[in-house]
Design a protein around this ligand. Structure first.
Ligand SMILES: [Zn+2]
Length: 270
């Protein structure tokens, strides 16, 4: 198994990094991962965009679970993996940080140059008029409208979701957009929904300016992240990955560190 010292060597040889982070970066902040070491679902896959938009019961169920799950998400704090990446950026080593996480913890840690590939869970978007609003505000409204649900506890799941079964979701009330009455949705990319093209293009452009790619805590099982590894490899840029378990890009990797993100990246702490 490759050592963390070899990661330090990799970064010294390739000083301008395109960094892609995933759920493994945030697990030590108390935000659980969806996938196990083999890249398989640990629990039921998350709701799809099509189901959220097309099925009222599924949508109510999503919000009821999210009401509970968001509590942990909003209290999560950056861990040493996030802090190490801030340190790398401050030394001018990060051309671009792209994250698949929606928790905002890279920015909370102090990273400046971040692309939130899958959006942000602390922001709400109206599907009717595209108006953005605060999740904190909606959280308060959801709690006021659904006092019975607000007191429920549940097993926390990723993305501010929670496992909550055997509850009558039909009674759950979700406010509509104040401006147009449209459907409100977390401003995150759901499964079955494409990542906005401009976001992908910005990230792809950054790969051209990088010497190498560093993957942190992602199995790259989802194409939205995997494509950057394919692009980097195609451009002849070496790729290093820190991840517990296999990644979809294992065949493309120059260096693989099978360790916890905070541990492996601690070599970069100033
Ligand atoms: Zn609206």
């Amino acid at each position: 198994m490759a050592s963390t010292e070899s990661l330090l060597g990799f970064v010294e040889r390739h000083p301008r990094l395109f960094v892609l982070t995933g759920a493994g970066c945030s697990t030590e902040s108390g935000i659980p991962d969806y996938r196990d070491a083999d890249g398989e679902w640990k629990r039921r896959p998350p709701i799809t965009y099509q189901l959220f938009v097309g099925n009222e019961r599924a949508r109510k169920r999503y919000w009821a679970r999210s009401l509970v799950g968001f509590r942990r998400m909003r209290h999560a704090r950056p861990n040493d993996a996030h802090h190490s990446l801030v340190s790398l950026e401050q030394r001018g080593r990060v051309v671009q940080l792209v994250t698949q996480n929606v928790d905002g913890l890279h920015q909370a840690a102090g990273s400046q140059n971040v692309i939130d590939l899958h959006g942000r869970i602390d922001t709400i978007r109206c599907l009717g008029c595209d108006r953005r609003s605060s999740r904190e505000q909606l959280q308060r409204e959801l709690e006021e409208l659904n006092p019975g649900f607000a007191s429920l506890d549940a097993v926390e799941a990723p993305d501010g979701d929670a496992d909550l079964d055997d509850v009558a979701f039909e009674t759950f009330e979700v406010p509509a957009c104040e401006a147009c009455g449209g459907l409100l949705k977390p401003d995150v990319v759901f499964f079955g929904e494409g990542v906005p093209g401009a976001r992908v293009q910005r990230a792809m452009a950054a790969i051209e300016h990088a010497d190498a790619m560093l993957v942190v805590g992602s199995s790259l099982m989802v194409y939205s992240g995997y494509r950057f590894a394919v692009a980097a490899a195609g451009a002849g840029k070496p790729i290093a990955a820190v991840n517990l378990g296999r990644t979809r890009a294992d065949d493309l990797l120059t260096l693989k560190i099978s360790d916890r993100c905070a541990t492996a990246l601690s070599v970069f702490m100033m």
